[in-house]
Structures are given as structure tokens and as C-alpha cells.
Write a protein that binds this ligand. Structure first.
Ligand code: NAP
Ligand code: ZN
Ligand code: ZN
Length: 351
């Protein structure tokens, strides 16, 4: 018998998030059922629930930065026992046999990765529901182990903001000697600063918010540039090897491409609603690379969590009760997040 879970979701692009009931499947042989303890609040939750990207199914229950306590396990589960702490990020399944899946790039699965929310639900029909809920059932292959010693609420954002910034910097081999720019100090950007610093790079943060300069330095940037300052931008022209663009809204990419050296790379991870214009001169003169990256595979997500356990890296968070989610979204859209909201799911169970 599937179980009922309490959740928050939106009924249409224009509606606020409100309480609703969802169905979760009983654990199959390889499934792990978790009571959700904490769920991070990603800007993708807003883009999806508000229909800013194509293809949202309603009711939409967002949330893909999930930390939970295991409540039941299927007979074949080997990684977890009841009572253990587990985590789930942006994906809950994939075909597991296509070339991308075999390379550990499940996010690029040829049949389409099953994302934690807004993907087809192969078990119950309909679409998947995310972590703004009291519980979830996930195949153990898509469930992560949380290293001991990390604050659990502050670990939740690693499941999306963490892997989305860790993966491209590993792929483009950021390390000692690299000069790295991080654009936008929000959830992704602040993790980008922490990882770039931990990998040994020289880190330059670009922000539109003068009030974030001191935090940028505290979080690990060597230099912070307020992007509305033309002299400060001009002084960095042609100086960077790699830029990670974590901005959620329209902005001028050409201003950042011009900061790259010859053969430098600008990698988009932010996904604004509308297309961004790239001028040909920004990439031909001199030769530069313009690319993007999407979260990270399951094995790399575990590697990132283990790296964070070893180096004591977590997110800087503001813990909120579920009932404050609409306020938190408004603040995140106003660039007033320091630097990730995390929902304390105990607030949902007490309702
Ligand atoms: P966030 O916490 O809201 O951070 C976005 C930051 O962008 C803001 O804090 C702000 O930084 C900057 N910004 C916002 N509006 C701006 C504007 N109009 N002009 C210039 N800068 C602006 O969002 P997030 O959760 O980090 O997500 C960032 C983006 O990445 C979203 O589009 C999200 O959907 C996407 N995302 C992509 C992936 C992936 O796999 N590629 C994964 C997760 C999220 P400053 O105040 O410092 O300027
Ligand atoms: Zn996300
Ligand atoms: Zn596949």
C-alpha cells in the first residue's frame, strides 16, 4: 500500500506554494524510504514551479537537496539500514545502460534522467514529487551516503549547489595556478567560491551586490569585484582561465567573456528564463570557449560529499520552517539569500 506524505507544492505557475498530500510508493527490493529531515531551496525550484522553463507538470512539489533518515529498506538494499542518514539530489533514476549512464553521467541519460521532481514517475504514474515533503522513496543506487561529522542541515545544499559547482571545476581541472572567476553570490556561487578555493585556485568573485563584498572574502575569494564598476571590470580584462557563471537572471555574458585569457573557458551553470546573447567578437578575438554544465553524476556526487567530509565544507544556510517558503522564495529572487535557505522538515510533521 503506497503511503501518504505531507508536502508543499504549487497548483499553477501563478499560485503560491501551499500544503498538499502526495503518494509515495512502498519500498521495492532495492528501495530506501526516508523521512526527510532537511531540504535545500534551489533557484531551479522557483524556475520550475513558476513555469519559467518549459514543461512543468502541476501540482509541482519542488526540492532536490534532500537529507533524510532511513525508515524502511527493501530486501536487497545493502548501503543502508533503518535509522541511517541518507541523501538524494536532483535525480532518482536513469536507464543505467546507455553510454552516458555507463560513464557515470546519469544526468545525460539517453532516455532522459528521472529527476527528483517534474519527471515521469515509472512506479506510480504521473510525475515525480521532490523534497518539500515529509518523506520519499528512492532506489538505493540514487541515494548518497553522508560523511560523518558534517552539520546535516548545512549539508543538504551540497546535493545540488555543491555538485553543480564541483563537477565543472573538476572537469576543467581547476587547481593551483588557475585563475577562476565566480559570477553571482547565491546558493551555487558561494559553493563555487568554496570549492575553487579548496582546489587551490586564485578566486575572483563578481557580484552585483556591494553588500556581499565582505562575505565574498570571508567565504574564500581572494578578490571581489562589484560588476557595476567599469574600472574594476576593465582591470581584469583577459586575466582569467575559467569563469563559472551562476546567475539566475538576464545579464551581459560579453562583459564576462572579455575577462578570459586566450583559450579561457566560460561555463554557464545558471539557467535564466530567456536566451543570453553572445557577440561573435567575444569568442573569436581572442579564441575563447563558451560552454555549460549540468549537476553531476551519482558517483561524482558521492566523491564531492566525501571531499566535503574530508575538508569540512558545507553551505552557509538560513534554516526556515516549511511555512516560510513563499517568503524565502521572494527573498531569493531579490538576491537576498545568505547563502542558501534550508527547510527544517520537522515543521511540516508538526502541522
Ligand atoms: P540564487 O541563490 O538565487 O543565486 C543567483 C545569484 O545570481 C544571486 O544571488 C545574484 O548574485 C545573481 N543575480 C540574480 N539576479 C541577477 C540579475 N538580475 N543580474 C545579475 N545577477 C543576478 O540561485 P541558485 O540556486 O544559486 O541558482 C543559480 C542558477 O543556477 C539558477 O538559474 C538555477 O536554476 C541554476 N542551476 C543550474 C544547475 C545546473 O545543473 N546547471 C543546477 C542548479 C541550479 P549577486 O547578488 O552576487 O549578484
Ligand atoms: Zn538545484
Ligand atoms: Zn541512460
Amino acid at each position: 500500500m503506497p503511503t501518504q506524505a505531507k508536502a508543499y507544492g504549487s497548483a499553477s505557475p501563478n499560485s503560491k506554494l501551499a500544503p498538499l498530500q502526495i503518494t509515495r510508493r512502498d519500498p521495492g527490493p532495492t528501495d530506501v524510504e526516508m523521512e526527510i529531515l532537511f531540504c535545500g531551496v534551489c533557484h531551479s525550484d522557483v524556475h520550475t514551479a513558476r513555469g519559467e522553463w518549459p514543461g512543468t507538470n502541476y501540482a509541482c512539489v519542488p526540492g532536490h537537496e534532500i537529507i533524510g533518515r532511513v525508515t524502511r529498506v527493501g530486501a536487497k538494499v545493502t548501503k543502508f539500514e533503518v535509522g541511517d542518514i541518507g541523501a538524494t539530489g536532483c535525480m532518482v533514476d536513469s536507464c543505467r545502460t546507455c553510454p552516458s549512464c555507463r560513464k557515470g553521467l546519469e544526468q545525460f541519460c539517453a532516455s532522459g534522467a528521472i529527476f527528483t521532481y517534474n519527471s515521469p514517475d515509472r512506479h506510480l504514474g504521473g510525475h515525480t514529487f521532490g523534497g518539500y515533503s515529509s518523506g520519499i522513496t528512492v532506489d538505493e543506487a540514487f541515494t548518497l551516503l553522508v560523511p560523518a561529522g558534517l552539520d546535516l542541515a548545512a549539508t543538504a545544499p551540497l546535493l545540488c549547489a555543491g555538485i553543480t559547482t564541483y563537477s565543472p571545476m573538476r572537469h576543467w581541472k581547476i587547481g593551483p595556478g588557475s585563475k577562476v572567476g565566480i559570477v553571482g553570490l547565491g546558493g551555487l556561487g558561494h559553493m563555487g567560491v568554496k570549492f575553487a578555493r579548496a582546489f587551490g585556485a586564485h578566486v575572483v568573485l563578481f557580484t552585483t551586490s556591494p553588500s556581499k563584498v565582505a562575505d565574498g572574502l570571508r567565504l574564500g575569494a581572494h578578490e571581489v569585484v562589484v560588476s557595476s564598476d567599469p574600472a574594476a571590470m576593465a582591470a581584469r580584462a583577459g586575466s582569467l582561465d575559467f569563469i563559472l557563471d551562476c546567475v539566475s537572471a538576464q545579464h551581459d555574458l560579453n562583459a564576462y567573456l572579455s575577462l578570459l585569457k586566450v583559450d579561457g573557458t566560460l561555463c554557464l551553470v545558471g539557467v535564466p528564463e530567456q536566451p543570453l546573447a553572445v557577440h561573435a567578437f567575444s569568442v573569436i578575438m581572442p579564441r575563447r570557449n563558451f560552454t555549460g554544465s549540468c549537476i553531476g553524476g551519482i558517483a561524482e556526487t558521492q566523491e564531492m560529499l566525501d571531499f566535503c567530509g574530508k575538508h569540512g565544507i558545507v553551505s552557509d544556510i538560513e534554516l526556515i520552517p516549511m511555512q516560510k517558503i513563499n517568503e524565502a522564495w521572494d527573498r531569493m529572487i531579490r538576491q537576498d539569500v545568505r547563502y542558501r535557505f534550508v527547510i527544517d522538515m520537522a515543521s511540516l510533521r508538526q502541522r
